[in-house]
Design a protein around this ligand. Structure first.
Ligand SMILES: NC(=O)c1ccc[n+]([C@@H]2O[C@H](COP(=O)([O-])OP(=O)(O)OC[C@H]3O[C@@H](n4cnc5c(N)ncnc54)[C@H](OP(=O)(O)O)[C@@H]3O)[C@@H](O)[C@H]2O)c1
Length: 235
């Protein structure tokens, strides 16, 4: 009897935590679609994993571009006809010390466009594939900066708001979706990537491993939660 592999997709899979999520999903038996906004970088990253005999393919997708998302969803529907796991990982961190109302508002717009609307439109485009089979696991990569209590601490305003909104999107969609489709958010911790910088204590490998349990939870698993290291955060 042939075993049908589950299909997983990761946004921003060409580097950092996203790349490691792709790798670990493939090691764990998924057919994984590594997506990247840059064709060359994405193909190169997928090729490295394919050379290790991992079942990884590449699709171009810029989460800020609705047409790019639509085309990727249509191509994946045609090619695989299903999507079991979706990880909204692509993100930007563009402001640190600037005050929200003193900085260029374009920073807030760009951050929301990627970290919040990017995840929203990707979910919007790929949900029909999950609804078709009445099954899906969606993981939104959030941050401790998205906790409500962080809003009382000055700084990192655009990024904090984008992740707060992403957490809200996670809860709302979890409450609205029907069937065995679960949506959860996860904070990877402080991770040594281009975004996290070299002083961060966690490796991308550790971060991915702390998140991926959410990809295989059963029908009795959590829905609408926000987790760090497997523990629910009361945000
Ligand atoms: N690192 C940390 O300490 C930390 C902590 C908490 C949460 N996070 C979250 O974890 C996720 C991954 O972060 P990371 O540390 O791996 O960051 P990273 O190394 O900077 O990688 C970010 C990834 O997102 C992609 N990306 C950005 N804008 C995109 C767009 N419009 N369309 C498609 N892809 C896009 C980048 O692609 P390009 O290569 O084309 O730029 C890259 O692949 C983010 O959501 C981040 O907010 C990270």
């Amino acid at each position: 009897m042939s075993h049908i592999k589950q299909v997983a997709l990761v946004t921003g899979g060409n580097r950092g935590i996203g790349y490691e999520l792709v790798k670990q999903l493939a090691v764990n038996g998924f057919k994984v679609i590594l997506t990247s906004r840059d064709s060359e970088k994405g193909q190169k990253a997928a090729q490295i994993l394919q050379e290790s005999k991992l079942d990884v393919s590449f699709a171009v997708m810029d989460v800020e571009e609705k047409e790019s998302i639509r085309q990727a969803a249509s191509a994946i529907n045609d090619q695989y006809g299903r999507l079991d796991v979706l990880i909204n990982n692509a993100g930007v961190y563009l402001n640190e010390h600037e005050k929200l109302l003193a900085m260029d508002p374009g920073i807030l717009e760009k951050t929301m466009a990627t970290n919040f609307f990017g995840a929203y439109y990707v979910m919007h485009a790929f949900l029909p594939l999950m609804e078709k089979q009445g099954y899906g696991r969606i993981i939104n990569i959030s941050s401790g900066y998205g906790e409500l209590r962080e809003m009382a601490v000055p700084g990192v305003g655009a990024y904090k708001l984008s992740k707060l909104a992403l957490n809200g999107l996670t809860q709302l969609t979890a409450a609205e979706l029907k069937g065995d489709i679960k949506v959860n958010a996860a904070c990877p911790g402080w991770v040594s990537t281009d975004m996290g910088g070299p002083s961060a204590p966690r490796t991308p490998k550790q971060a991915a491993a702390s998140i991926l349990w959410l990809a295989t939870i059963g029908s009795d698993g959590p829905n609408g939660g926000f987790f760090r290291n497997g523990r629910q955060i009361d945000w």
